[in-house]
Design a protein around this ligand. Structure first.
Ligand code: SAH
Ligand code: DHB
Ligand code: MG
Length: 221
């Protein structure tokens, strides 16, 4: 087994199931040109987020960690005509590139990019009474996943789905002694999810063009 093979299999499936996509290609190209890191979800993972949101009939989506708006565009495609998506980003350049990518994708009216530290913006959303959300994608700084989960849960309706990215990290997640703050943050997040009576959760481990990683998927009961 090798990352090279995982890549080839991803390309094989994407060749079959994903159409040529100028909007997403341009989003990646402009993210690259803007110097953004190449850490967006893979095409197959983006489509998974889209299908999960769509199957739940999500009308209000929250994303924590926008980057260049690649996963944002995938999820926005799941929205009905009157659907909305709010995505939170702390780096001004990322938000600027994302807004342009989202506008080109035709979602300027449905998607709002909120600039600022996500924890603060989540407090503001709570105070504004925004939501409730039907679908949440947590993908910002991993050390703060516990706080993001607690805040997101309070903004969700019963029947919502909360998906968290990068929960495997080449298997490093099982290293309880890890000195990596991201790993410790995700381990704490996992314990909070496990102990939270309002959700029931599982994991999807993934290999592919983005290596070996995974999603925690929590369903709000
Ligand atoms: N969801 C994107 C990738 C997000 S990468 C995709 O798959 O296409 C993580 C993003 O979270 C980066 O853009 C980073 O700047 C942002 N981020 C990091 N810390 C943050 C914070 N405290 N508040 C908001 N965003 C943050
Ligand atoms: C990193 C962050 C991500 O959200 C991701 O999907 C991959 C990598 C990172 O910070 O290294
Ligand atoms: Mg991620």
């Amino acid at each position: 087994m090798s990352t090279e093979l995982w890549k080839r299999v991803d390309e094989y499936y994407c060749g079959l199931f994903l159409s040529a996509d100028d909007v997403l290609d341009s989003a990646l190209k402009d993210s690259d040109a803007g110097g953004l890191p190449t850490i967006q979800v893979s095409p197959a993972q983006g489509k998974l987020l889209c299908l999960l949101a769509k199957s739940g009939g999500a009308k209000n989506i929250l994303e924590i960690g926008t980057l260049g708006g690649y996963s944002t565009i995938w999820m926005a495609r799941a929205l009905p005509d009157d659907g909305r998506l709010v995505t939170l980003e702390v780096v001004p350049k990322h938000a600027e590139v994302a807004r342009a990518n989202i506008a080109r994708a035709g979602f300027a009216d449905k998607v709002e990019v909120r600039l600022g530290p996500a924890q603060e913006t989540l407090d503001v959303l709570q105070k504004e009474g925004v939501g409730p959300f039907d679908f949440v994608f947590i993908d910002a700084d991993k050390a703060a996943y516990p706080e993001y989960f607690k805040a997101a849960l309070n903004l969700c309706r019963t029947g919502a789905m909360i998906v968290a990215d990068n929960v495997v990290r080449d298997g490093e997640i099982v290293n309880s002694d890890s000195s990596d703050a991201s790993i410790q943050g995700i381990r704490r997040f996992n314990e909070i999810v496990a102990a939270e009576p309002r959700v029931t959760a599982t994991v999807v481990q993934t290999v592919g063009s983005k290596g070996y990683d995974g999603f925690v998927i929590a369903f709000v009961e």
